[in-house]
Design a protein around this ligand. Structure first.
Ligand SMILES: C[S@@+](CC[C@H](N)C(=O)[O-])C[C@H]1O[C@@H](n2cnc3c(N)ncnc32)[C@H](O)[C@@H]1O
Length: 237
């Protein structure tokens, strides 16, 4: 919630804004922002059918702000998305590790944004000259995933350009991975019963390796190499 409050401040969200969340996951960021601003309207774009089914249930649940009548859900891919109205602000949290072509994505997002609109991008990033991807992650965890270099986003100035950026030290994310590992181990009796079509012992090895590896990756160099990047972008003119 502190991170979302921070996002609200950096993106300068105002009550009455018309917002788009590209890759809205389970809807937790829209839900929180809708709870804070009674006149904000939100559109969530997400290609995951399972996550959209979950949000459609929440849109019927009076306890969820997704049921406020101010939330619109679009199940679909950014590459095919079209909207009738433009947005004051767009945000995207943890999605661009799955976006392979920044030029196309920025062109598309810029076309959804009002002339004075702003786009806030939050991603895992690396402070190395090159982007980083791994065969292991590609094969077992996130196909085609990559960590963009901290300089990759600001090096684009077509359609959208970066006007401000922040590097968030990776130590916190390392703790998150360590906690996920503990939860995973503590819940192994449940995990064993999940039917993902692979041998549970293999599933356990794959995920334990990934969680241990990432916990140490984000802690390397006291969190100054692997962390999160935040970028505030506007139309490039
Ligand atoms: C790591 S999750 C982040 C979810 C959410 N933003 C959050 O922070 O909780 C990435 C999300 O992006 C969505 N996504 C990835 N590529 C997409 C695309 N091309 N079009 C729409 N959604 C996409 C996934 O379905 C998933 O919900």
């Amino acid at each position: 919630m502190h991170m979302i409050d921070d996002l609200i401040e950096k993106l300068d969200i105002q009550d009455g804004d018309n917002l788009l969340d590209f890759g809205c996951g389970w809807g937790c960021v829209p839900n929180y922002i809708l709870s804070k601003f009674p006149k904000v309207r939100f559109t969530g774009l997400n290609l995951s059918h399972e996550q959209c089914e979950y949000m459609r249930q929440k849109m019927q649940d009076p306890e969820s702000y997704l049921s406020s009548g101010r939330f619109t859900l679009i199940e679909g891919d950014l590459n095919n998305a079209q909207f009738e109205e433009k947005f004051d602000k767009i945000l995207s949290v943890g999605v661009f590790c799955h976006v392979g072509n920044l030029t196309n994505a920025f062109r598309k997002l810029a076309s959804f944004l009002k002339p004075e609109g702003k786009f806030f991008l939050h991603i895992i990033t690396v402070r190395t000259p090159n982007n980083i991807s791994s065969v292991y992650t590609h094969k077992y965890i996130f196909p085609h995933g990559r960590y963009w270099s901290f300089d990759a986003v600001p090096s684009h100035n077509k359609d959208l350009k970066t006007i401000e950026r922040w590097y968030l030290n990776g130590m916190n994310y390392s703790k998150t991975f360590a906690t996920w590992l503990k939860n995973f181990d503590d819940s192994y009796s449940d995990v064993k019963e999940l039917d993902y079509g692979i041998d549970p012992a293999r599933f356990r090895r794959i995920w334990r390796f990934y969680l241990i590896w990432l916990a140490s990756n984000f802690a390397s160099c006291d969190g100054e190499i692997n962390g999160n990047g935040q970028f505030l972008m506007v139309h490039a003119r």
